[in-house]
Design a binder for this molecule. Structure first.
Ligand SMILES: Nc1nc2c(ncn2[C@@H]2O[C@H](COP(=O)(O)OP(=O)(O)OP(=O)(O)O)[C@@H](O)[C@H]2O)c(=O)[nH]1
Length: 292
């Protein structure tokens, strides 16, 4: 029996709904989703396996003009995901302005068929949807344009059908029981990071990195230790909160999500550590896995 396989790269501006779409396509909560921009820092693969095909979706960080070293490595990951793509899904937010010039720049290097996704139509009206479809057809001359709501899973199947129709004949790229290229440690740290993005304001989430320092898999319980890295003492104080109250909240929510994700009881301990300006230091970025 013939087998088809390919890479589908999901790109777009921060907050357009890339992670939500990937999760809807893959059907698992793989990429963390929060209302704040730039949540996704790494390229993450989500793999859909069936007997006769394998689709490798890759969710990427939102496209921006980089201001510090961490953002530079994030942008390299976007370019990397375009190189081997068999199809590119450009996700746009229907309620955002038309300026997508940095996105267009990134696309210049790509020869894969381009599909424009107009997302969040649940927050719009028919007339605007029509205008946006016309705008994207005219501007990018894509292979197709879809108007969807990733959040409500509206019209997501139509994208899936097109992806399936276009998938080239190829043996599987990954083992058929592989769902992602990331391990349990990665998801544990992403779950903690998601809670930090949800609970804290302003610069705290962007100044934070989460390192899993221990992950012990006992048959009945996972024992997980994490270090939360911030850039300054003042951030450490905010993160911990009066009497440790805020950090406790992070821990409680994160543990609940981990228990659901891993289908195990979880014991979670967290420590906060200051590394001044880690986001601008190449050696720390490398250590934290941001190397290209
Ligand atoms: N109303 C509505 N909200 C959506 C939809 N899709 C995503 N969102 C919301 O938009 C926000 C951003 O979604 P994400 O999926 O994290 O966006 P992203 O493009 O991956 O963001 P970055 O990681 O910052 O690049 C979240 O609050 C989502 O719930 C949609 O179809 N409709």
């Amino acid at each position: 029996m013939s087998h088809r396989a390919g890479f589908v790269s999901i790109i777009g501006k921060p907050n357009a709904g890339k992670s939500t779409l990937m999760n809807a396509l893959v059907g698992e909560k793989m990429s963390i989703i929060t209302p704040k921009a730039q949540t996704t820092r790494h390229r993450i693969l989500g793999i859909v396996n069936e007997e006769d095909y394998q689709i490798v979706f890759s969710d990427t960080p939102g496209i921006i003009k980089p201001h510090y070293a961490l953002q530079e490595t994030m942008m390299h990951q976007v370019s990397g995901s375009l190189v081997d793509a068999d199809m590119v899904l450009l996700v746009t937010d229907i309620n955002e302005k038309y300026d997508e010039s940095d996105v267009m720049d990134k696309l210049k290097g790509s020869t894969a068929p381009l599909v424009v996704i107009i997302n969040k139509i649940d927050k719009s009206d028919e007339e605007t949807v029509k205008q946006k479809i016309a705008y994207w057809e005219e501007t990018l001359k894509p292979t197709a344009v879809f108007a969807i709501s990733a959040l409500l899973n509206h019209n997501v199947q139509a994208i899936m059908n097109l992806v399936l129709d276009s998938l080239p004949e190829h043996p599987p790229y990954y083992e058929k029981d592989f769902l992602t290229d990331r391990n349990d440690r990665f998801f544990a740290s992403e779950i903690i990071r998601e809670k930090i993005f949800k609970i804290y304001e302003k610069e705290i989430p962007y100044s934070t990195e989460v390192i899993i320092t221990a992950f012990i898999e006992d048959p009945k319980i996972y024992r997980i230790s994490a270090e939360i890295i911030v850039e300054r003492d003042s951030q450490k104080n905010i993160l911990i909160g009066t009497g440790g109250e805020m950090l406790k909240k992070v821990g409680t929510y994160a543990r609940k999500d981990m228990e659901e994700f891993f289908q195990r009881k979880v014991f979670l301990e967290m420590f906060v550590k200051v590394i001044p300006d880690w986001r601008s230091k190449k050696n720390y970025l490398k250590k934290f896995g941001y190397e290209d």
